[in-house]
Structures are given as structure tokens and as C-alpha cells.
Design a binder for this molecule. Structure first.
Ligand code: NAP
Length: 433
């Protein structure tokens, strides 16, 4: 019997489990371990609360969790409650599917001032991640800068720009919806260090910016190269640029009080302020023939009371697992870290791609494991459960999650799918008994 421990219950973890069930048939037992008592990782705490259709993919993961060969072990911190070396001693295959939950710092003077937030923290706050429930973003400001030209930057900007009515049917937590309802933010700047041709936005996400109730997207027409150059873009990017050109042609809409300004060709150089953020100094850039941002020497000051850095994520290191500090992920060769120890998803390749990208990733890893390894005679689950009991670590299972889920659904405000429980102590009380 093959024993497999998958650490992390987000998309990469669940797709790897699905692949292993298919590849190994009756001859496998899989434990999906998560540090939280709640499953789904990025689906629950990363995907925007107003993108419920994307979150619906978790139903597919439920089918995996319901399989009798699979067990969910929640509230277990690998690296603290149990070491990776202990897991590899207990299981034939240990797969780290822990994602990339840490913010990449801006790395500029003043980036430690209160009011500078990372997108993991800001997104975690409005999505009800227990780690960020007490964030209190300073929304008593007229202007916010979101740094980055990816979909996470768009998510953050959109949530800041939406009305309470627009968010009512989402699963944004009340502790965020309430302060957002009193938000004084009227200008949201989305800062890109390169131009519209290099932005990492995808079509649906950029299109949504044109459909907001009280906010209007602003794009400078002068930021575009001649239209003839659009033809060289790959189709997806060309469509994004077409939408951005439409925004530029439309111009400001005086009937909408919030502006969402896409400030291309600007990179942050210093956060200014006394005791808190008051402005962001930016360097204007141009893009050279290799597609790199090059400074023009001209700077600009953007007054703002809050900055969200949406410039990418890092995996959290785990004691005993080789880590590439520069890349912010585990040292691995196509998923292999060391004999019996693997990584998958963002923990393997870095924070790129959609939720669905993790499916082929998980299947490819399992194919490799099947090809290169044999099932051993390791004890698996029984040994881990015994160790955790000895260490008095309360472990939750999928039935506990179903109870939490039912409670969250019952607590939902009118029109919303759920009201998440954000206090770890409250979550734990529900299964510790
Ligand atoms: P991303 O798409 O890689 O975007 C990161 C952005 O940060 C890029 O525009 C990058 O600019 C910029 N950046 C990096 N370092 C910077 C610096 N020091 N100063 C200024 N700008 C800097 O990453 P993401 O937005 O975090 O998203 C992660 C992944 O999740 C992406 O694949 C994304 O598509 C996906 N996602 C999808 C959805 C969705 O489908 N709805 C939602 C959220 C996220 P350069 O290009 O110049 O490096």
C-alpha cells in the first residue's frame, strides 16, 4: 500500500490527490494536511469574494475528500507540530503543495511605514483568512496606490472601488465590508512599471473594471504605442489592450465619484510620510527593445494614505527543506526536492497561472512519482495520528469542516453565500470538543 501525505489543501494539493487516486487505484492512502481547520487554500482565501463562479471549483475537491482512500487532517502545522523529516519517515511520498502565501516586499525606502500593505495581507483580510483578520487597512484616505499590473492588483483595486451593494452577494467577510462601506477612498491608482502591452491582466478581469457602479477606469491615451503594433501581440494580450484602448477613448465619467486610474510606466522608488504613508514617489519609465523597464529620470509624487503591493508572492520556507531565497520557493528539479519529498503548484514553479494550471501540474507530478518510485511499507496515517496525539495537537477532519461550512452558511448576511469564521479559537472550539 502506497502512503502519500500532501501538505496543503489548495488547488495544487487537491489536484495532486485526484491524480494519485486515478494513478494508484485501490493501492493508495492519501492524507491531505492543512495548517488551518478549513480546506481549499487559495480558493477560500485568495480568489476574490466577488468571483464566486471560480470558487465553485471546490465542489470538485469535495468529491476527492469524500473518497474513502483520502483523509483531511486540518489544524496541523508542518514544520512546527510535525517535521518534514518525520513525515518522510512515515509516508512513501510527501508532496508540499503549500502555495506562496507570503508577500514580496517592495524593497524601497519607507516600505515599512504603517499603511503599506502586501496584497496577501489585504486579500487575506477581506477574504477572512485568520492571519489577517486584525489588519485594519487605513480606508480614511482619499487615495490608494496598488502596485503591480497583475490580476491580484486588479482584484484589490476592484474591491476598493466597489459599492457595498456590489459586494453584498459575495462572501467578503463583514469585518471588511463594514469598514469598506465607510471608506473615503475616491482614487485608486494601479501602478505598472511597464506599459499596456506588458500588463499581466487577463481579459475578464480587466473588462470588469469598465462595469463598476460608481467607479470609472482612467487610462492615458499617450501610454499606448501606435495601434499597428498591437497586431504582434498574442491574442489574449491583444484583447486586453483593446479593452484598455476603449477605456482611454472613453475618458473620465463625471457621474462616477471613484476613479480607477491605470498608471503605466511608473515604478515605485520611495514611500513618503511621517509615521504613516502620505505619498508614493515614482520614477517614470519606458520599455526598452528587450521589454525591460528603463528609468527616464523624471519622478512624480502620488499623494496617498495607503499602498497595496501586489507584486507577487513567496512560498513560506519549512525547516529542513532546501529553499531558494532569491526565487522564493523550494529548491527542486521538476518537483523533486529529495528522495520521497516533492513539491507542486506555486510551491514548485512560483506564483503564476490560474487555478486550473495546477491540475496538469498535479497530474504531471503523480505521473513522475508513479514512474520513478515504488510503494514501500511505511506506516502512513496511523503513525502521524499517534505522534500528533502524543504532542496534543487537535486534528480536524472533513466532517468537522462540513460542520464549520454549515455554520458559516447559516450565518451569511442576506444574499451572501456564507459568513466565514475568522477566529482560529472559534474554529478550533468546533472540533476540539
Ligand atoms: P503577476 O501576474 O505576476 O503580476 C505581478 C505584477 O507585479 C507584474 O505586473 C510585475 O511587473 C509587477 N511587479 C513585480 N515586481 C515589481 C516591482 N518591484 N515594482 C513594481 N511592479 C512589480 O502576479 P499576481 O497579480 O500576483 O498574480 C499571480 C497569479 O495569479 C497570476 O498568474 C494571475 O493571473 C493569477 N490570478 C488570477 C486571477 C483570476 O484569474 N481572476 C486572480 C488573481 C490572480 P512586471 O511584469 O514588469 O514584472
Amino acid at each position: 500500500m502506497r502512503t502519500m501525505a500532501i501538505v496543503g489543501s489548495g488547488p495544487a494539493g487537491f489536484y495532486t490527490a485526484e491524480a494519485a487516486l486515478k494513478a494508484f487505484g485501490e493501492d493508495v492512502r492519501i492524507d491531505i494536511i492543512d495548517r488551518l481547520p478549513t480546506p481549499y487554500g487559495l480558493i477560500r482565501a485568495g480568489v476574490a469574494p466577488d468571483h464566486q463562479s471560480i470558487k465553485a471549483v471546490s465542489r470538485r475537491y469535495d468529491q476527492v475528500a469524500a473518497d474513502e482512500r483520502v483523509r483531511f487532517l486540518g489544524n496541523v502545522r508542518v514544520g512546527e507540530d510535525v517535521g518534514v523529516g518525520e513525515l518522510t519517515a512515515f509516508y512513501d511520498d510527501v508532496v508540499l503543495a503549500v502555495g506562496a502565501p507570503q508577500d514580496r516586499p517592495l524593497g524601497i525606502p519607507g516600505d515599512d511605514l504603517p499603511g503599506v500593505l502586501g496584497s496577501a495581507a489585504f486579500v487575506g483580510w477581506y477574504n477572512g483568512h485568520p492571519d489577517f483578520k486584525d489588519l485594519e487597512p487605513p480606508l480614511d484616505t482619499q487615495a490608494v496606490v496598488v502596485v503591480g499590473n497583475g490580476n491580484v492588483a486588479i482584484d484589490c483595486a476592484r474591491i476598493l472601488a466597489k459599492t457595498v451593494d456590489e459586494l453584498q452577494a459575495s462572501d467578503i467577510v463583514n469585518h471588511a465590508l463594514e469598514p469598506l462601506s465607510r471608506s473615503e477612498v475616491r482614487q485608486v491608482h494601479v501602478l505598472g512599471r511597464r506599459g499596456p502591452h506588458q500588463a499581466s491582466f487577463t481579459l475578464k478581469e480587466v473588462g470588469e473594471l469598465g462595469e463598476l457602479e460608481r467607479a470609472t477606469p482612467l487610462v492615458r491615451i499617450g501610454d499606448f504605442p501606435p495601434e499597428t503594433e498591437d497586431a504582434a501581440l498574442e491574442t489574449g494580450q491583444r484583447r486586453v489592450v483593446e479593452v484598455l484602448r476603449r477605456f482611454a477613448a472613453r475618458g473620465p465619467d463625471a457621474s462616477r465619484p471613484v476613479t480607477l486610474s491605470l498608471d503605466f510606466f511608473r515604478r515605485p522608488v520611495a514611500v513618503l510620510g511621517h509615521g504613516q504613508v502620505e505619498a508614493l514617489e515614482v520614477m517614470k519609465t519606458r520599455v526598452d527593445e528587450n521589454g525591460r523597464a528603463v528609468d527616464t529620470g523624471e519622478t512624480e509624487i502620488i499623494p496617498c494614505g495607503m499602498i497595496v503591493a501586489a507584486i507577487g508572492y513567496r512560498t513560506a520556507s519549512i525547516p529542513g527543506v532546501p529553499f531558494d531565497e532569491q526565487a522564493g520557493r523550494f529548491v527542486n528539479e521538476a518537483g523533486l526536492i529529495a528522495p520521497g519529498l516533492w513539491c507542486v503548484g506555486w510551491a514548485r514553479r512560483g506564483p503564476s497561472g490560474t487555478i486550473g494550471t495546477n491540475r496538469p501540474d498535479g497530474f504531471a507530478l503523480v505521473e513522475r512519482i508513479a514512474k520513478e518510485t515504488l510503494a514501500g511499507d511505511k506506516p502512513g496515517r496511523a503513525a502521524l495520528i499517534a505522534l500528533l496525539a502524543e504532542r496534543q495537537v487537535p486534528v480536524s477532519d472533513f466532517d468537522d469542516w462540513r460542520n464549520i461550512d454549515a455554520l458559516e452558511v447559516a450565518r451569511a448576511r442576506a444574499g451572501a453565500p456564507r459568513e466565514k469564521i475568522v477566529e482560529l479559537s472559534e474554529l478550533r472550539a468546533l472540533f476540539e470538543g
